[in-house]
Design a binder for this molecule. Structure first.
Ligand SMILES: NC(=O)c1ccc[n+]([C@@H]2O[C@H](COP(=O)([O-])OP(=O)(O)OC[C@H]3O[C@@H](n4cnc5c(N)ncnc54)[C@H](O)[C@@H]3O)[C@@H](O)[C@H]2O)c1
Ligand SMILES: [Zn+2]
Length: 695
């Protein structure tokens, strides 16, 4: 693959994971894997800077602002931290610091890296006036009412010496005890549980209802102070100052004066951090002197005077007792390893006690697919290595075949039929996974459809979660998405179901009371206003993801037009290929699907689009190319792109010799600006751009 394509692919992949992580609070891969991909991209970009994408994830903070809160600009940008997983790189960081400081002596402050979300608090005349999330680093969501529920955060600070305006920063987190309590409650309500305390904190700080936020018992550790005056001389002084004003500074920090002592601190906390009442994922190292911090400066994304060291996932041997097979929402069959500790070989085969790993008991680990079984070459009874990092599903990384002499093993036989519905399994050419083709009757697939239907990017019915759907499905009330619209208050009130938590063995009762029922119905009602493109995505037509659905909605404008479109009409749509066209045709040829769509139409869902394709305003920018960078007063970035295209201009992905204009907003990276200057690209301000439009 060419480096250009590689860069494009990696960029896209990372955008996808960022989106899932920051918007949906879901990690599809481990942080370690994510960070390795990011590193790979960075290396490629350094080698081929001309192919770096406009919005490369190496250049900016991964998060975004939401539409539900007021977005406010940060006085001082909120950046990320560079990270590493190994000591060698940490020593290289130390080398860079040494060089950057030209032989001056320096000290480090080591702190724990708390796993939550960054928050920024503004104090005016000693009073807390604003609390904001990091967002995209330039702008964040204003969540003042929610941060005021943090009990340890002073609303007023009394000290004669305080500057009239200052900002403090910290990590908002959910203590492990609150996390456990919250998830237990959510389980009983049939709501989706949070995968880890970080996601729980992130979700809870962004609730609309502050009373609910208050109930969830959030907390915050403060780690930085910012003001326009030189108030403190060092990070150490600021931590002591913050503490003396009553801020919640975590006591674990330490000042050291060389990298070996940093490493000692890291080793010391590797195990000890498991005993803390909150989740941590590493250590943060900061140059102590503020003067020296200024000398070292920043990259586009992170300070050069700090780095985080992240602990790698724990890896441990265990015994593979049994392989079970899960049927996923799309029919994919996933083999799952059932594990126990090495000392528990004598237990009966079906007794799955699990292994102790990273502070939790791990009973199961994914084996992905049949190919992976082959690749690992594992057998039942084998001694395997298990790894777990944070919230990620544990996985098997290898096998110790030397143990087979002493402990005989048996081959694993992959099933030929679906464990849920008995259909014969199939595998598409070139694909690794077997799947159950019975998509209209296989229970997990039916449930999966409904779960997809209510997803945020689809019908966005927040009041229904996995547990609730399970209950409605098992009681035969909802078998297809259309059934949701036939639910009534009387049908729902008082429904109950016991759910067994396989991990803990505890039984929980889900029951629908008045408030729950009202919420469910209100959520379903509200979904009738969701635009056509979402409805189209919600149908779950194969290969029709959110982006394709949007294109189809803009082009065909209604379900009526789409349903009657021929293959040739479908492939005539820009970016719609034969594979998608065939899938759409085949979807509408199935009687069950036709009926589903008709019922949804009757229920009153939006089946027509009022979205317009980009309307041509003028051709004043005809033949001109643009790259947009930074933030703007009058436009969101996407609006600006639309504006350029509506006036005949074209957007390019990176600064190159071919480019006509670099549209430079606030806070853009200096390297891009410099490159544009070198290549003689005209740099436009927002005002100049507006003037150009009005020419
Ligand atoms: N698994 C995935 O799919 C996925 C996707 C996107 C991001 N991620 C993870 O998230 C990371 C990016 O997130 P990020 O930009 O917030 O970086 P980060 O979480 O690695 O580090 C920066 C953050 O650390 C926090 N922090 C905690 N304790 C601190 C302390 N004592 N001092 C200073 N800061 C402290 C701050 O909130 C700061 O913003 C990635 O490197 C990756 O590990 C994972
Ligand atoms: Zn099946």
């Amino acid at each position: 693959m060419s480096p250009e394509l590689q860069i494009q692919e990696l960029t896209e992949k990372l955008h996808h994971y960022n989106d899932r992580y920051y918007q949906d609070s879901v990690s599809e891969i481990s942080d370690y894997e994510f960070d390795q991909l990011l590193k790979e991209l960075k290396t490629l970009e350094d080698q081929y800077p001309e192919f770096r994408q406009l919005d490369s994830p190496t250049q900016r903070v991964g998060g975004t602002i939401t539409k539900t809160f007021n977005a406010v600009y940060h006085r001082y940008p909120m950046l990320s931290l560079d990270n590493t997983y190994n000591e060698q790189e940490l020593r290289s960081f130390d080398e860079r610091v040494r060089k950057g400081l030209d032989g001056e002596a320096y000290e480090y402050i080591c702190e724990l890296k708390f796993d939550g979300i960054s928050l920024s608090f503004t104090y005016e005349n000693g009073s807390l006036v604003r609390g904001v999330t990091r967002g995209d680093g330039t702008r964040g969501d204003e969540i003042t009412n929610n941060v005021k529920t943090i009990r340890t955060l002073p609303l007023r600070v009394k000290s004669e010496k305080l500057p009239p305006l200052f900002e403090i920063r910290g990590e908002g987190f959910m203590p492990l005890s609150s996390f456990q309590k919250l998830n237990e409650e959510m389980e009983t309500l049939g709501d989706n549980q949070y995968a880890n305390p970080r996601n729980a904190a992130s979700g809870s700080f962004k609730l609309q209802d502050s009373a609910e936020t208050a109930r969830r018992g959030l907390d915050c550790y403060i780690y930085s102070f910012l003001s326009d005056q030189d108030f403190f001389k060092s990070h150490e002084e600021s931590l002591l100052g913050l503490k003396s004003w009553g801020f919640n500074v975590s006591p674990g920090w330490r000042k050291v004066d060389n990298i070996d002592d940093v490493l000692a601190y890291i080793h010391e906390w590797e195990e000890k951090r498991m005993t803390l009442p909150l989740a941590t994922d590493g250590i943060v190292i900061k140059v102590n002197s503020f003067e020296q911090q200024r000398e070292l400066g920043f990259t586009a994304k992170s300070p050069r005077w700090a780095i985080s060291f992240k602990y790698k996932a724990e890896n441990k041997p265990a015994i593979l007792r049994l392989v079970t097979y899960q049927v996923g929402r799309t029919g994919t069959i996933t083999p799952v390893a059932n594990l126990c500790d090495l000392t528990e070989r004598a237990l009966p085969l079906n007794k799955i006690v699990g292994v102790h790993l990273s502070g939790t008991r791990v009973k199961r680990a994914t084996l992905h697919n049949a190919n992976e079984l082959e690749r690992l070459g594992i057998q039942l009874g084998d001694t395997v290595f298990v790894e777990k990092s944070g919230e990620i599903i544990p996985k098997i990384t290898g096998v110790d075949v030397t143990q087979r002499e002493q402990y005989p093993t048996e081959p694993i036989i992959f099933p030929t039929h679906c464990p849920e519905c008995g259909s014969k399994l199939e595998r598409n050419e070139g694909e690794v996974a077997f799947f159950c083709p019975n998509d209209s009757h296989c229970p997990p697939q039916l449930k999966g459809r409904i779960e997809h239907f209510i997803h945020r990017k689809a019908m966005n019915i927040e009041s229904l979660g996995e547990g609730k759907i399970e209950l409605l499905f098992d009681l035969d009330l909802v078998r297809t998405p259309a059934d949701l619209y036939d639910l009534t208050y009387d049908k729902l009130l008082g429904l109950e179901k016991n759910i067994l938590n396989e991990e803990t063995g505890k039984v929980k009762k889900i029951s629908f009371r008045e408030k729950t029922v009202e919420n469910i119905l209100a959520g379903i009602e509200l979904s009738k206003t969701v635009p056509f493109k979402n409805v189209l995505f919600a149908l779950g037509i194969r290969f029709v993801g959110a982006t394709v659905a949007e294109k189809l909605a803009v082009y065909f404008k209604s379900i009526q037009n789409l349903r009657s479109a021929t293959y040739d009409q479908l492939v005539a749509v820009p970016e719609i290929g034969g594979r998608i066209a065939l899938s759409i045709e085949s979807y509408f040829s199935v009687p069950e699907n036709k009926q589903l769509v008709e019922r949804l139409e009757k229920a009153g869902l939006q089946m027509e689009s009022d979205e317009k394709p980009i309307e041509i305003e003028s051709n004043v920018l005809e033949g001109k190319t643009f790259v947009i960078s930074g933030t703007f007063e009058n436009f969101e970035r996407d609006d600006l792109k639309d504006k350029i295209e509506a006036n005949g201009g074209r957007i390019l992905s990176g600064v190159s010799g071919k480019l006509n204009y670099l549209l430079a907003g606030a806070n853009m990276g200096p390297s891009k600006l410099e490159k544009a200057r070198k290549l003689g690209v005209t740099i436009l301000s927002e005002e100049e751009f507006l003037a150009m439009l009005n020419d």
